[in-house]
Design a protein around this ligand. Structure first.
Ligand SMILES: Nc1ncnc2c1ncn2[C@@H]1O[C@H](COP(=O)(O)OP(=O)(O)OP(=O)(O)O)[C@@H](O)[C@H]1O
Ligand SMILES: [Mg+2]
Length: 256
């Protein structure tokens, strides 16, 4: 469904050139959940920006459903790394924005927004503005808006980074359930290897900049997954250790 064909991206500012992504080949199947992990600044967000059609690649092609992406990809919902709630709208009106664009009546969109806000634990905050929320609450509001959009594919850039460990687990369960119910394809960027192995069908480890693929590891843990108990299984441990062996080297090279 999503094909990256030798995709590279370089940013140029005056004489300075940053090679952010260096020749990535990756195919993502419909309904697959792929987690992308790698050192900070290696090019993960840039990769999502190209799948979303926000940046053109410098080399190679990004193909979505058989068509080269050359404009904003309207089939994906994108939860960016930085939250982009509209400050002049309440939480409810932010979350319901995709339904408003789709032309739904106010009563229906508010009802659906409130239901998804309940899922992410924001009941009682519907009428607040984003400046009145904590960082983790803003992230949850963005997650709610993205889930409500009902897009064919989800691009998530460190969606759970600001949440505490307990809330993360609740959100992991919610994402797995809703993405499975809606048959969505998910590309998830994360720094958290536990999260990657818990959620994904495949984990892709990127090298330090420019991002290339250091390892692709299929996660053959059965579904549906219990996001808490799955991590106590032997297979989880094996997969975690295998990926960590590769990831450790990338972080080491980044830091020396
Ligand atoms: N719009 C831009 N203009 C210029 N350089 C950019 C731009 N976006 C990203 N870069 C550069 O590309 C490189 C990769 O950035 P990117 O945001 O993709 O990293 P990342 O892997 O998402 O990092 P993190 O894990 O810290 O979020 C960095 O060196 C960054 O400075
Ligand atoms: Mg990033």
């Amino acid at each position: 469904m999503i094909e990256l064909k030798n995709v590279s991206k370089r940013f140029r500012k005056g004489d300075e050139v940053v090679e952010a992504v260096g020749g990535i080949e990756l195919g993502i199947r419909r309904r697959e959940i792929v987690a992308v992990i790698g050192p900070s600044g290696c090019g993960k967000s840039t990769l999502l920006n190209m799948i979303a059609g926000l940046y053109p690649p410098s080399g190679g092609r990004v193909i979505y459903n058989g068509k080269v992406i050359d404009d904003v990809n309207t089939s994906v919902a994108y939860m960016t790394q930085k939250d982009n709630l509209l400050p002049w709208r309440t939480v409810r009106d932010n979350v319901a924005l995709p339904l408003e664009i789709a032309g739904l009546r106010r009563a229906e969109r508010e009802e659906r927004a409130d239901r998804v806000l309940e899922h992410v634990g924001l009941t009682g905050f519907e009428k607040r503005y984003s400046s009145e929320l904590s960082g983790g609450m803003r992230k949850r509001a963005c997650l709610a808006r993205m889930l409500l959009q009902g897009a064919e594919s989800l691009l998530l850039d460190e969606p759970f980074a600001a949440l505490d460990a307990q809330l993360k687990l609740v959100m992991h369960g919610l994402l797995l359930r809703l993405a499975s119910e809606a048959s969505q394809t998910v590309v998830l960027v994360t720094h958290d290897l536990m999260e990657a192995v818990t959620l994904a069908d495949r984990v892709v480890v990127c090298t330090h900049r420019p991002a290339m693929i250091a390892l692709e590891q299929a996660i053959d843990l059965p579904r549906p997954r219990d996001v808490i108990n799955v991590r106590f299984t032997n297979r989880f441990r094996e997969l975690y250790d295998m990926i960590w062996d590769c990831l450790r080297l990338e972080y080491h090279e980044e830091l020396i």
